[in-house]
Design a binder for this molecule. Structure first.
Ligand code: CP
Length: 303
């Protein structure tokens, strides 16, 4: 594969190959010397048109652990503010002998457009409400690490499905690897075509969802993408769809709690749930570096 634009382009075997490669890189990043020379001839630009903490830093660290040369571009302090187009911006970066572009953009399809119009490998680090493939890969890696396998597991995705790029990439990846997927949200925050198009169950009952699932993957309410009100108030959302530690303890079973971050503490998750023994949220962040190393290594031609 030349690019990584979405989970929709990957087969189950390709996903498994990335996860297996990431297992090797997780061992590497836990060594005293965390660096390997695999990408020492490659230059990568991280081109971010939207805010990020985890994804941008995780890609940069993955690139440095692989010995790539790295440059970082943030649209907010660039000549984009003077009217330069996306293609001109990226072509100017490529003129500096850059080989690969990791891009986050607020517009759906921006990395797919770029892949058609510039001569470089493109990795999608999140395009609007569409896909976030490396988040789904690190989520799969984290579930596999915790539960042994994904096939046959019951995974619930709870929260703002409508505005989430993580939701679509996760659903595609979990289904390809043989999991059962249930979505839980207020009726206004789940796309109406979801059940038929994605082959998932949909419910609006949080307690029923928690009793059903092995993994609860909780998503943030994305107020910045909501132009209209989808529910009366955050307080009311939290009463019906917020998860606290007591709710998880009362299930009397092992349940894995995940969240891609950033967390709205006190809205979708209480602080005691986010920091509880059920949570693998910081493991997800650690695994993100290994998974992104695997993606970059394989795209650069590694075996
Ligand atoms: N999970 C995630 O994409 O986080 P950031 O927006 O901080 O990169």
């Amino acid at each position: 594969m030349k690019h990584l634009l979405g989970i929709s382009d990957l087969t189950a075997d390709q996903i498994t190959k990335i996860l297996d490669t990431a297992t090797h890189f997780k061992e590497v990043i836990n060594r005293p010397i965390k660096k390997v020379p695999s990408l020492r001839d490659i230059t990568i630009a991280n081109v971010f048109f939207e805010n990020s903490t985890r994804t941008r830093l995780s890609f940069e660290l993955a690139q440095k652990r692989l010995s790539a040369d790295v440059i970082n571009f943030a649209a907010s302090n660039s000549s984009v503010k003077k009217g330069e187009t996306l293609v001109d911006t990226v072509n100017n970066i490529l003129a500096m002998k850059v080989d690969m572009i990791v891009m986050r953009h607020a517009s759906v399809g921006a990395p797919h457009f770029l892949a058609k119009h510039v001569n470089a490998q493109i990795v999608n680090a999140g395009d609007g409400t569409h896909e976030h493939p490396t988040q789904a890969l690190l989520d799969c890696f984290s579930i596999r690490e915790k539960l042994g396998e994904i096939a046959g597991k019951k995974i619930a995705i709870i929260g703002d499905i409508l505005h989430s790029r993580v939701a679509l990439s996760d659903i595609l990846a979990f289904k390809k690897l043989g999991a059962e997927v249930m979505l839980c949200s207020p009726p206004t925050l789940v796309p109406k075509h979801a059940i038929e198009a994605w082959g998932v169950k949909v419910t609006h009952n949080l307690q029923e969802t928690l009793e059903w699932c092995d993994v609860a993957n909780v998503l943030r309410i994305q107020l910045e993408r909501q132009q209209i009100k989808y529910f009366p108030s955050l307080r009311e959302y939290s009463i019906y769809f917020g998860i606290n530690k007591q709710m998880l303890d009362n299930l009397n079973k092992e349940i894995v709690l995940m969240h891609p971050g950033p967390i709205n503490r006190g809205v979708e998750l209480s602080a005691d749930a986010a920091d509880s023994g059920h949570s693998i949220i910081l493991d997800q962040v650690e695994n993100g570096v290994a998974v992104r190393m695997a993606v970059l290594y394989l795209l650069a031609g590694g075996e």
